[in-house]
Design a protein around this ligand. Structure first.
Ligand code: ZN
Length: 283
């Protein structure tokens, strides 16, 4: 294990009153595990308490330097919010976050006292966090902005070490690209992601992610141009020829999201199970 590898269960100070505590759920989709952020001093706000893991939740309470008063989440996927109910039960903290939309990959146990609106600010004892609605990875995704430190908590909108999956119908590539672009308006100094390491060069990272998705979209257009009408399964290996086969089932979700974006823009058409370029949409 490299010296700087993320160790689940270890509280790490990364900025004044900002600490990372990674859950014990490392995996293909979660990298080293879900990052829970422990914020504040005497009064603590916990951001993304992670999966419903008693071990992790007890660890949060034990290692937090003060009383846990608030629990916030970025979105309600099963690796981010189910710990909220357990943590609230232990601490009596109040839950702030979006209600789960319909769908089987949603944490229906998450029942917030307060649902954020885009731009709404929350006074959390010694500091304020602003909700920034960033739909795309999930329709109810919020990043959380710590303006004085210039730190953006990005959840699964941006993770370190991997691009995120955009799984329709709740995931939406048009919305995702727009949400990425919008972040460039914030004077971000660092990003604290839901998975992986602290990101010190946020603008380069965001621009790189936008460019990556644009290149992927160009490959989708090229593949359809070469294949003519084709099923998603036939388009997939051409577009994700740089991605290991074992990840293709996941990549198929993001490919569908790209195709739906192109369809909405009038650049692709769907006929039954096959996709083709719209007239005049070739490169
Ligand atoms: Zn997610």
């Amino acid at each position: 294990m490299p010296a700087d590898a993320i160790k689940p269960g270890e509280l790490v100070d990364l900025a004044p009153s900002i600490r990372r505590l990674t859950a014990f759920n490392a995996g293909t989709m979660t990298g080293p595990g879900t990052n829970t952020w422990v914020l504040g001093e005497k009064e603590i706000a916990v951001l993304d308490p992670g999966p419903a893991s008693p071990r992790h939740v007890e660890n949060i309470v034990d290692q937090a330097p003060g009383e846990v008063r608030w629990i916030l989440v970025t979105h309600t996927h099963p690796d981010h919010s189910p710990g909220a109910a357990l943590l609230a039960e232990l601490t009596g903290a109040s839950l702030i976050g979006p209600t789960p939309p319909p769908g089987d990959r949603q944490d229906s146990s998450f029942c917030p006292a307060v649902q954020p609106n885009d731009g709404q600010e929350f006074d959390l004892g010694g500091f304020v966090l602003r909700a920034v609605h960033t739909p795309g990875h999930a329709s109810n995704h919020f990043c959380w902005w710590h303006a004085p430190l210039g730190v953006l908590f990005t959840g699964d909108h941006i993770m370190q070490g991997s691009t995120v999956v955009i799984a329709p119908p709740d995931g939406d590539m048009c919305a995702y690209m727009a949400s990425l672009g919008r972040l460039l308006d914030l004077p971000i100094r660092a990003m604290a992601p839901g998975h992986g390491h602290w990101i010190d060069r946020p603008r380069e990272e965001i621009r790189g992610l936008i460019a990556h998705r644009e290149r992927r979209e160009e490959k989708v257009v090229s593949a359809m141009d070469a294949l003519g009408p084709a099923a998603l399964e036939a388009i997939l290996p051409r577009v994700y020829d740089d991605v290991p086969d074992r990840l293709h089932p996941v990549a198929a979700l993001s490919l569908e999201a790209h195709l739906l974006k192109l369809e909405r823009e009038g650049r692709a058409r769907r006929e039954g199970d096959s996709w083709r370029l719209a007239e005049g949409a070739a490169q």
